[in-house]
Design a protein around this ligand. Structure first.
Ligand code: RB5
Length: 147
């Protein structure tokens, strides 16, 4: 299950993402927004909450740049959000970081590229191995191991 949310700056990209998932028959939870002004940290919290509760495996957060959503999402322990605008990053953030949220900016990339990045993000597995230890070290940072 995928969970999707956007703010008012990414309404068109969200619609394109939903249509793309419908076409591929990939199930999702749609958190909006359909156009009303929305503060991106609130949407990041709502979408990430669905992942942390186990209702969804991965999330997609869309805003003007993708950056505000990624900054907010990465404040939540257990969330590894990657703001991507190229296919290499979308692939490797899955392979190496086990990213569970893809952030993209409607004002940064076109819809065609965004849908390609989404497909890559959803299709690419975590590589594990030496990268598992590094993800575990991120988890330790979340628990306060900052000395
Ligand atoms: C909203 O105007 C804009 O600030 C937001 O969508 C996003 O780009 C923030 O990072």
């Amino acid at each position: 299950m995928i969970v999707i949310g956007c703010d008012h700056a990414a309404v068109n990209l969200r619609r394109a993402v939903l249509a793309h998932l419908d076409e591929k028959q990939i199930p999702y939870i749609d958190m909006g927004t359909d156009g009303e002004a929305c503060d991106y940290p609130d949407m990041a919290k709502a979408v990430c909450g669905k992942i942390l509760s186990g209702e969804a495996e991965r999330g997609v957060l869309l805003c003007g740049t993708g950056i505000g959503m990624s900054i907010a999402a990465n404040k939540l322990p257990g969330i590894r959000a990657a703001c991507c605008s190229d296919s290499f990053s979308a692939r490797y953030t899955r392979l190496h970081n086990d990213a569970n949220v893809l952030c993209m900016g409607e004002r940064v990339i076109g819809q065609g590229l965004a849908l390609e990045l989404l497909d890559i993000f959803l299709a690419t597995p975590f590589e594990g191995g030496r990268h598992q230890k590094r993800v575990d070290l991120i988890r330790a940072l979340e628990k306060g191991d900052t000395e």
